[in-house]
Each structure stands twice: as structure tokens, then as C-alpha cells.
Design a binder for this molecule. Sequence first.
Ligand code: ZN
Length: 519
Amino acid sequence: MNTFMAMKKYLLACLSAGLFIVSCSTSKNTVGGDDGRLTLQLMQINDVYEIAPLNAGKEGGMARVASLKKTYLRQNPNTLLVMAGDFVSPSVYNSLKYEGKSIRGRQMIESMNAAGVDLAVFGNHEFDIKEAELQERINESKFEWISSNTFHNIKGRSLPFTRLEKNVDVPFPVTLVKTFTDADGTTAKIGFIGLTLPFNKSAYVSYTDVFTTARDLYNSLKDSVDAVVAITHQSMEEDERLAREVPGLAAIMGGHEHDQRYAQVGRTIITKAMANAKSAYIISLTIVKWNHRIKVRTQLEPINEMVAIDSSTNVVVQRWVNIAEKSYASLGFDAKKIVLREGEPLDGRESEIRSKSTNLTVKIVEAMAKAAPLAEIAILNAGSVRVDDVLNMPVTQYDIIRSLPFGGSIREVDMKGRLLNKILDQGVKNKGIGGYLHSDSRLQYDGDVKQWKLRNQVIDPEKSYRVAISDFLLTGGESNLDYLTPANKDILKVYDVVTAASDPRSDIRKAIISYMENY
Ligand SMILES: [Zn+2]
């Protein structure tokens, strides 16, 4: 056989074996032996709060994640499923109890275990739940964790988070090196670092600087591995800065944004999948041993009806869905019922609703106003809305429940105008946090006279106003609004709390559902 024929036959063999041309070099290998190249696949999901599919069952769901991972694993046994942060919170399950205990992310950890997650990094939302609850979730997890800059603050000491394994507290590593071997015997080592933005100031967490930590750990790894990959949970700008400051990183698999993102900075690829596992990124790394080159290819996989439901993961998911649905039914909700069929998607992202009104917050305060028709103004704290996501049509009762997982009644009080002005001013100052306040369209701020107006009338400090507010606000529990309690002398009257299930004031979610169904 001449050289041309031999080459052609070899290429055909490669193609029929489903291999990529890039891995079919003839330059170094001996037939059947180590070809000096290894390809591994990292399947990335991030910001997943829902275990079951969304959008009428069409998108996402951990059972689809599981089957997609199995598909890639069949193609290449060197495949890892990676979660780049934000999964135990926020969730409607966090307001529910099971077996006498708050669920607090247990549904997600069990679903991740079933779906075959291999490696996870903290997101900011992991620290929304209490220290003891997070420890229980970590102890239940069957996947590995990596935490390079995020530590457990125990009485002022920064220690690694740990998982209890056979009665031993095993610390989370700051770096992780994994060795992969392929069918022809090529071996490659990949170093991982895991970084989380220092956003959640929960008292039991401490952070080191993302960038100096990453640079130091990269330098400690680079000579002993074939490639270094960062799994991060921070903004795209910070990921791009990381790629500039640590240019040797092969890939940055990031979370925190909820829409899918892709960027290349220098030779570093940055990927983020769609929140709630509506898509996954597949990052294929080909390590070429003899020239120390790394080839990175990425593929975005939509997770929709085309992806099969993995039956064993679905058993776990459905068990939790049934627990939740029984709980909603006992509160008078029909989770699957559609409340809004058409219109623009409703924006409940925290980056938006904590600094301005969106089409979702407008609907919520208008719903409060409709539910309490005698009130002159309705006020909501942005922190009541915890979905941190965009609601696509059709919107179901479940979407409303998950948007305001804490529920709570709508309270009415008569208060002096001066107190109303004070809380409205504070609501603006609370921009960026949960204490940012939303109110209905009857309220305006007149910048010329620097005064709040209701129905075009300047709010009179001495006059009494009937105000509808979320019950949480009236506990004084919101940031910088601790004086907003029934004990405040400028609160002249507190109306009785409404508990009749038929009255939309009994639960703010019922008020929203009723408003969306009727107006
Ligand atoms: Zn986040």
C-alpha cells in the first residue's frame, strides 16, 4: 500500500470511530500505543435552583442533566459534570418543611447526587442558609468540592469547609489535581481551582482575594500538571480580569450570570451556561503531550425536550416535587395552574429588582394595591422577591410561589406622613440590597421640590396615610428599617391581620395570582 492509500485508510478509520480529526495525527504514535494526546470533557452547569423542568416542562431539570452527562460519558469516559455555584438557595423549597425540618437545599443535593455531579464550587447563594444547614447539605453531598478562596469562619479563624466522611471531617481542598487516562494509555493531569466572589457577607464565611489567590495557586500547580482550569462564581467582568491576570488558565468555567455567556481573553476560554440548567456548556480539552499544547473546544448544549429524562434521577426529583406540591395544596395553591399566558418575560433578577422597578415588581405592587383597595399606597421590599430569574410565559402558580417563597400576608397600617417619607427615603438609600422599596404608580418623587407625592399631592408629614405593606416589613427585620414596627409612635393604627384563605391579603402570592388572572 502506498503512503497516500495508507493515510486515506487511517483517516477513514478515524472517522468511522467517531474521532475528531484533531486527535488523528500520524506524527508520533505507534499503532495501538500511547498517541500522546488525551481529550477530556467538562460538562458545566451553574446557577441551578430548580430540580424539575421549567416552562411547562420544556426546559431544564436535573433528570435531563443526568442523561446528557451519560451521553457524553459514553462518548468519552474522561467526562466530569461540574457545578459552578448557586444551587442550595434561593428556592421555594427553602420555605418548606419535611420530616419536621426545613428542607433548605436538601432536594437539590439529592438531585445533584443522583444526576452524577462530580465537582462543585460555592456560589454566593450557598451562604443564604444557616451554617448548620449548609453543613448538613455538604455532609449529604456525594460529589467533590473545591474552594480556593472561600473559608469557614469559626470564631474568627478561617478554616477550610469540611465534609463529614466516616466520622472524619475531611477539609475541602484549595487545589485539586485529577489524573485522566485514555484507552491508548495517554495520561494527563489537570489542576483545578475554585473561586467565589466575596459577595455574601454571612458571618460564618471568610474570603481571600480572588485574583491573588488564583495567581498563587496557578503558580503552585502549573509545573506539575498539563493544564489548569478555574471553576468560578463571579461576574463576567471579574472572570475576564482573572483571565488577564492569570493568562495561563486553559478555561474559566463560571457562574453567577443567569444568561449564557462566552468570551475569550488571550488564550483563555470563559463559559457560563443558562441558569436552571436550561443549557450546559461542554468544554473539551485536548492535551497534546509532546509539545505541551492544549486545545480547547466548547459546545453549548440546550437542555430541552430533545434531551431524554433519566429515569433514576427522575425518581428522586419527583419524590421532592410531590412533597412540595402537597405542601402548596395545603396552603391553597394549585402549583401547575397557569396564571399568565402571554406577554414579555417578567424580570425578577436581583441585579435589577434591588435597584429599580421591573415589569414583575410593578405587577406585584399593583396586585397589593388591588388586594387592599382602601390603602393609599402599597410598599414592598425587594428582598421579598427571591427568584433571581426571568419568568417566561406561561407563568404558573408555581412561578409565583417560587418568586416569593416566604409568602406572608399583606398588612395595612395608618401612619404619619413623616414616617412614610422616612421609609421611602430609606428605600432609595437601600439600593442594591433587599431593603430597596417598590411602590405602586400613585407614588412619585418630585425632584424639583425634593418631595414624595401621592396622587400629585406632596405627602404631609402630619397627615395620616393608610399604607399596605408586606408583613415582613412591619417586623422591622428589613435592612435599615428596624424602626418600622407597630411600636413606632408614628404608626397610628395597625389593622387586624387577614387570615381568611379566600382574602388575597392573607398571602401576597394569592394577591399576585388573583391580579394576574383577573387584570
Ligand atoms: Zn451568584
